[in-house]
Design a protein around this ligand. Structure first.
Ligand code: MN
Length: 444
C-alpha cells in the first residue's frame, strides 16, 4: 500500500486569453493535458481527456492505464468528428498512475505529446518522458542539439496527440517502484519553456508541500513571461504501508494521512487494491471546481461507476468470444464432415461414410450408401482389416471409385478361372530354344 500526496496548479499565463490546459489529481491517477484547437476546441479536448482518463482508469494495472488513455483518445476523436469547428482539435496527455502489476505496486507513466513527467529521486532530477515533438525528433536524429531545441521556433509542433487518430498507439513508457520521498512532476510545456530544469528541480527540493510546490512553479513560470498556459502537478510518494491493505495499520504509521480532511481513499474492497491517495486539488479550470471531478457537458463516456466492468466492453468481449468459438466449431465441423471414408457398418456391409473414421468430437460418421452391394464376407482378410479401420478419401467419387475397384476384385475372384485347354493337367514343359553362348570377345 503506497501513500501518495499530490497537488496541482494551472494558470492561463500572461499572453493567452483562455487556458486550454487541464490537470487531474484523482485516485491513484494524475495527469496533465494541454489542448490544441481553435474556438475553445482545445479546452474541450483537454477536459475530455482528463475526464475520460479518470472515469476509465478502472483496472489498476499498466494495461488499465493504457486502456484509459486509449479511451480518452477515442473520446476526443469522436468529439472532433461531430462539429466542423472541432476538426483537428487534440490534446497532449502525460499521466502517472499507481498500478499493481504483480508482485509490486508501481508507478506507470504514459505520455502522448510534449507535456512531461519528471522524477526527483534522492535529489536527482530527471525527465521520464520523451516529447512527441518535431524538435525532439530532430534531436534524436542528431540534427540539432538539445540546447537548440529549447529555443527552436518550431518547438511547439507536436507529432502525436490525443484525438487526431482513432488508432493511436499508446504505451506505458516507464514503470517505477514507488520509493518513499520520490517526487513526480507532471507539467505542460508552458512550464518547461519558461523555467530551466535546474530551476524546476531547486523549487521542488525547496518546498515540501506538493500543492505549494506546484503553485510556486506556476507562479515562477508566469513571472518569467507566461507565454503559454502553465500547469504543474506534483505527486509525492509519502510512504508505504502494509501490503495487505490494512488501513488502520497505515494510519498508525502515517497518522497525518488520516488526520487531514482532504483524504480520498480507496478501501481494500475496491478492486482489491487498498491504496490511499492524498489529494490537495482536482481538475482545475480557470475557476477551480470542487472535488470530486465534476461531470462535464463534453463527456461522452458512460458515468464512472468504478467498480462495474463497463458493459460495452463486456459486450465486445462476449461477441468476440462467440465469433472465435463459432469459427473453431465451424473448422472442426468442416474437417469432420468434409471428408469420406469406406468402412464396414454393423450389418457387415461395405459402406461409404461421410466424416472421420471413429468420429471427431461430437461429429459421428454418417453412412451414405453401400456401393455395389459389397459385404465384408466378399473381402480378403487384408481388405477387411483396412476397411474396418476406415479408408479415407477426399471426396465421394474417389470413395466410389475405390468401391468399384473392390467390386471388380471380388468379381474376379468369384469368376471361375478360364479352363486351361491342355491335353493333360501336367504342366507343359517349357520349350527351350537353342542356347546361345556369348563368349567374351578376345582382347584386341
Ligand atoms: Mn502548451
Amino acid at each position: 500500500m503506497t501513500n501518495l500526496r499530490a497537488g496541482g496548479a494551472s494558470d492561463v499565463g500572461r499572453v493567452r486569453r483562455i487556458n486550454e490546459d487541464r490537470y487531474l489529481v484523482g485516485e491513484g491517477i494524475f495527469a496533465v493535458a494541454d489542448g490544441v484547437g481553435g474556438h475553445q476546441a482545445g479546452e474541450i479536448a483537454s477536459q475530455t481527456s482528463v475526464d475520460t482518463l479518470a472515469a476509465h482508469f478502472i483496472e489498476h494495472t499498466a494495461r488499465g492505464l493504457v486502456n484509459a488513455v486509449s479511451d480518452a483518445n477515442q473520446a476526443v476523436w469522436r468529439l472532433a468528428q461531430q462539429r466542423a469547428d472541432r476538426r483537428g482539435m487534440g490534446t497532449t496527455i502525460s499521466a502517472v498512475a499507481l498500478v499493481v502489476d504483480a508482485p509490486y505496486e508501481q508507478l506507470a507513466v504514459a505520455n502522448v505529446g510534449d507535456s512531461r513527467v519528471y522524477l526527483l529521486h534522492q535529489g536527482d532530477f530527471q525527465q521520464l518522458t520523451q516529447d512527441d515533438s518535431l524538435v525532439e525528433e530532430m534531436v534524436r536524429e542528431g540534427r540539432i542539439s538539445p540546447a537548440e531545441a529549447q529555443v527552436h521556433p518550431q518547438r511547439s509542433i507536436i507529432t502525436r496527440a490525443l484525438g487526431m487518430d482513432p488508432h493511436l498507439e499508446v504505451e506505458v513508457c516507464q514503470l517505477l517502484r514507488p520509493f518513499t520521498g520520490d517526487r513526480y512532476l507532471l507539467c505542460s510545456d508552458g512550464l518547461t519553456n519558461e523555467l530551466s530544469d535546474e530551476r524546476i528541480a531547486a523549487t521542488l527540493r525547496r518546498l515540501a508541500d506538493p500543492e505549494e510546490a506546484a503553485k510556486e512553479l506556476v507562479r515562477l513560470a508566469r513571472a518569467e513571461g507566461g507565454g503559454d498556459n502553465i500547469t504543474a502537478v506534483v505527486v509525492d510518494v509519502a510512504g508505504s504501508g502494509p501490503a495487505n491493505g490494512d488501513l488502520s495499520a497505515a494510519a498508525d504509521s502515517h497518522p497525518e494521512l488520516l488526520a487531514e480532511g482532504t483524504s480520498m481513499r480507496t478501501g481494500p474492497g475496491a478492486e482489491g487494491l487498498g491504496h490511499e491517495t492524498e489529494v490537495a486539488g482536482a481538475v482545475l479550470t480557470e475557476a477551480p471546481p470542487a472535488r470530486p471531478l465534476p461531470p462535464t457537458a463534453g463527456r461522452i463516456s458512460p458515468p464512472p461507476d468504478r467498480r462495474r466492468f463497463p458493459t460495452w466492453r463486456l459486450a465486445v468481449f462476449v461477441v468476440a468470444l462467440i465469433a472465435v468459438a463459432s469459427t473453431v466449431v465451424g473448422a472442426i465441423r468442416w474437417y469432420a464432415k468434409g471428408s469420406y471414408y469406406l468402412g464396414i457398418d454393423e450389418a457387415e456391409r461395405v459402406v461409404i461414410f461421410r466424416g472421420r473414421p471413429g468420429g471427431l468430437l461430437w461429429f459421428e460418421p454418417e453412412p451414405l450408401k453401400n456401393p455395389r452391394r459389397l459385404t465384408s464376407a466378399d473381402l480378403l482378410e487384408a481388405e477387411k482389416t483396412s476397411l474396418e479401420n476406415g479408408v479415407p478419401f477426399p471426396n465421394l467419387s474417389a470413395a466410389d471409385r475405390y468401391a468399384n475397384t473392390l467390386r471388380g476384385r471380388v468379381d474376379l475372384r468369384a469368376t471361375p478361372r478360364p479352363t486351361i485347354t491342355s491335353p493333360s493337367l501336367e504342366p507343359t514343359p517349357l520349350e527351350v530354344g537353342p542356347s546361345i553362348t556369348i563368349a567374351p570377345s578376345p582382347p584386341s
